[in-house]
Ligand binder design. Sequence first.
Ligand code: FES
Length: 185
Amino acid sequence: MGHGPGLDTNETKENVIVINRRSFFGALLGIGTAGMGALLAVPVLRYVLYPLYTKAGLGEWSVVGPVDEFSDLAKPIRKTIDFAQRDGWREVVSSQSVYVTKAEDNQLKVISAICPHLGCSASWQNAQNEFVCPCHGGRFAADGAHVSGPPPRGLDALPHKVENGKLMVHFKYFRSNVPNQEVLG
Ligand code: FES
């Protein structure tokens, strides 16, 4: 009768300690699980978000050819280049035609063969000494400058460089039918 409250208090204390221990280990387990979850989530998130952080665009530089090949350039030379294009998780290799020509200052210039009017392929015509687009008759000079027809600008110049004796180009797509170059990718 008289020991009841004392025993109750001790039991209560033990219970509190046991509960506290349980809470402590429970919390520890919870933190560990959350930590592991966070660690595992990083690669998963990186995988899921990868395309968002990878600009859908093109690989950097493509080989046009040995630079010696263009040392005595009398007229534009057509070349097919390959470049890597990333679309989300996929990387596809595409080909495009470019022309190696000379700029006004006699330096090498690489231009896209894509007509800036509506995207047909312009080609060099020896007989006319001009680039001609077959779709709507756009004409361009040997350095790509617009001569006549509907295209609102000249053939697009592409960044190029010479590395280890090779002429390299960074292919880009540009918006059609606008007067100034606007890079699309
Ligand atoms: S697409 Fe070339 S002139 Fe129209």
